[in-house]
Design a protein around this ligand. Structure first.
Ligand SMILES: N[C@@H](CCC(=O)N[C@@H](CS)C(=O)NCC(=O)O)C(=O)O
Length: 216
């Protein structure tokens, strides 16, 4: 197993977390995204991290890689057994990629001050929506999306919440106090050994996102 990754990349981190959670041995290839090798472009035709090469098969797109890893390395299972919950989990990963991130990143990188106020409101709406309809729907018996044990959904979202200190620093946004489930989820995720092994400090993100935030 080869993993093509970049330290700053939240999508690559999704896959790194799953590799550690499952104890999958792999070779870590750190990619310089400003100087992509031919080998990397073969494994990752979109030119994006993460990508993996496993048994001669190249795969890319973090959500798809993570489902593959859960299929091929079933222990510990990182998807609910119930097909309905599995489908709901996929909807939540799609929500992250298709809705939440469409407002979250522009809030940091967008240039217009009015647009920024609008985006801040939308991101706060996402926090409330996740708290009520994501964690609120199924986390009665534990802090994670589907209760007592973490699943691919938790690892899909966490890297973006790990980076929240940069948004707080540059865009004055934080988790509203009434989003208690979301706060409990973030705290539970920080306790995991995989997160402690991989996560970067708040200062790291403040420093590394400075260029994006200042350019706006
Ligand atoms: N949808 C992709 C997004 C991956 C992505 O955007 N990766 C960024 C780094 S965070 C990247 O490799 N960018 C390089 C480029 O676009 O040239 C996934 O989930 O894997």
């Amino acid at each position: 197993m080869e993993l093509y990754s970049a330290r700053i990349c939240p999508f690559a981190e999704r896959t790194r977390l799953v590799l550690v959670e499952k104890g999958i041995e792999h070779e870590h290839v750190e990619v310089d995204l400003s100087d992509k090798s031919e080998r990397f472009m073969e494994v990752s035709p979109y030119g994006k991290v993460p990508a993996i090469m496993h048994n001669g098969v190249a795969l890319y797109e973090s959500a798809i890689i993570n489902e593959y890893l859960d299929d091929v390395f079933p222990e510990p299972a990182l998807s609910p057994a119930d097909p309905v919950l599995r489908a709901r989990g996929r909807i939540w990963v799609h929500y992250c990629d298709d809705k939440f991130l469409n407002d979250y990143y522009p809030l940091l990188t967008g240039s217009d001050a009015d647009a920024r106020d609008d985006l801040r409101g939308r991101v706060l709406d996402h926090f409330h929506f996740i708290d009520e309809h994501g964690l609120g729907a199924s986390s009665d018996n534990g802090p994670y999306w589907f209760g007592a044990a973490p699943t691919l959904v938790d690892f899909a979202y966490f890297p973006f919440f790990e980076r929240l200190p940069a948004w707080s620093h540059y865009r004055s946004i934080s988790i509203p106090s009434e989003c208690r489930r979301l706060k409990r989820w973030i705290a539970a995720m920080w306790m995991r050994a995989s997160v402690q092994e991989i996560a970067n400090s708040a200062d790291y993100y403040v420093e590394h996102y400075k260029g994006y935030a200042d350019a706006a």
